[in-house]
Design a protein around this ligand. Structure first.
Ligand SMILES: Nc1ncnc2c1ncn2[C@@H]1O[C@H](COP(=O)(O)OP(=O)(O)OP(=O)(O)O)[C@@H](O)[C@H]1O
Ligand code: SF4
Ligand SMILES: [Mg+2]
Length: 398
């Protein structure tokens, strides 16, 4: 038996070897973020006197991804699949358990103190809920000036003022907003302030975690358009995390689809929507209504059965095998598929899929079948943190 207090190990070595890239699709010449084999495992602790580690939540479990300068990388997946944790690991706010993140040529895990603080200036976050991420006791002027002062961009508010006015203009707010407090704004305006705050320190990368999910639908498009305009104006690179496929599609150049801590598929946005290849992505896309009534009538929905497995007990082999309608008797539950460029005519080098049977599924040699729901093992979560469980269904998650 394995010792549950030891370093996080995979439940099945062969089945859960780190997700590696077999053939890299891009030469990497203009990469801003290079994440390799990133894992973030949270210990599950129990005990009154001694905190005993009884297991781990494999929130991020072997992710390789690159973000190129000036692009928008969209990360999508069900609630609890590890999107935010991966975003935080890229910022080193959640130091990876394993793997590396090289930002602008520097491995950020090697930085400490002042060096790390300086590097953080280059990576800023925009959060889902602008109200809770903006201190209600600070005026907009103070909120925007704070970071500039901390990073030595301006010494005092007077010196900073022209830049603050410029920032507000950039996000579509008047100068008068400087004297106001967060509660005096609408949700959309607050998110604009959050974006201005991120911009105030001249970052290279903005990690936007569900930037519009707390906003009314009518305001969502305005904020998305604003992010796009600012990208051109300030030469920004974005990592946009969202569970809404429509938001990600609109804004992203490339998209990564996450399932239980790993990338299931990655492709240029148009390619992913036109021809999803991984069974999980096929299911996600099949749930999105198409505006054309003829295509909509013909659209076949792939319904996923069974609960999203607990990230503390990820399935062996392919993480998706417990819910996959294309699951095969060989490989699927014993060997973890690597993210690779499939050998399918017309599929470009930037399209990567983590499925053993991509080519056979695409050729129609393997057809979907019924999936018997499997119980999720929640033994270590009983009387524990219910938030560690995934949503009951894909429609609940998305
Ligand atoms: N600090 C933590 N300690 C323990 N477990 C955590 C911690 N942070 C996240 N987790 C767990 O890691 C898993 C991934 O969480 P994460 O917040 O990254 O998911 P997500 O994809 O961003 O979900 P959502 O769409 O709901 O925001 C979840 O099971 C979550 O409960
Ligand atoms: S066919 Fe097998 S490898 Fe491919 S997604 Fe389904 S379970 Fe995973
Ligand atoms: Mg999240």
């Amino acid at each position: 038996m394995t010792d549950p207090t030891s370093e996080p190990t995979q439940p099945d070595e062969k089945a859960t070897a780190p997700a590696e890239t077999e053939r890299t699709a891009y030469d990497g010449s203009d990469v801003l973020v290079d994440a390799k084999g990133v894992k973030v495992h949270f210990p599950i602790k129990r005990g009154v006197i001694f905190d005993k580690t009884i297991g781990h939540v494999y929130a991020v479990d072997g992710v390789d991804l690159q973000i190129r300068r000036g692009e928008t990388y969209g990360l999508v997946g069900e609630s609890g699949c590890g999107k935010s944790t991966l975003g935080r690991a890229i910022l080193n706010l959640e130091p990876p358990t394993d793997g590396s993140v090289v930002f602008d040529g520097v491995d950020i895990a090697t930085l400490k103190g002042e060096e790390l603080r300086k590097k953080r200036q280059d990576i800023q976050m925009v959060f889902q809920d602008p109200l809770s991420s903006l201190d209600p006791r600070q005026s907009v002027e103070s909120l925007l000036f704070e970071g500039m002062k901390a990073h030595g961009i301006a010494k005092n508010a007077k010196e900073a003022r022209p830049r603050l006015v410029e920032l507000l203009n950039a996000v579509g707010l008047p100068e008068a907003a400087l004297a106001k407090y967060p509660h005096e704004f609408s949700g959309g305006q607050r998110q604009r302030i959050g974006i201005a705050r991120a911009l105030s320190v001249n970052p290279k990368l903005i990690v936007a975690d569900e930037p519009v999910s707390a906003l009314d639908v009518s305001v969502q498009a305005q904020v998305i358009n604003l992010l796009e305009d600012l990208q051109d104006e300030f030469g920004l690179t974005y990592l946009v995390v969202a569970h809404d496929l429509a938001v990600v599609r609109h804004i992203s150049d490339r998209i990564g689809v996450m399932y239980l801590g790993a990338l299931a598929e990655e492709a240029e946005a148009d390619d992913l929507y036109a021809a999803p290849l991984h069974p999980y992505t096929r299911a996600l896309m099949s749930a999105v209504p198409v505006p054309d009534p003829v295509i909509e009538d013909r659209r076949e929905q792939i319904l996923l059965t069974g609960d999203l497995p607990s990230p503390s007990h990820p399935p062996t082999g392919c993480r998706f095998h417990t819910r996959c309608p294309w699951r095969q008797e060989t490989k699927c539950d014993t060997e973890r598929p690597v993210l690779r460029v499939p050998e399918i005519p017309g599929v470009g080098q930037s399209h990567r899929v983590a499925c053993h049977w991509t080519e056979q599924i695409e050729a129609g040699e393997i057809t979907p079948h019924e999936v018997a729901p499997q119980a999720t093992d929640l033994s270590d979560l009983l009387d524990g943190d219910a938030s560690l469980m995934g949503p009951a269904s894909i429609s609940e998650a998305l």
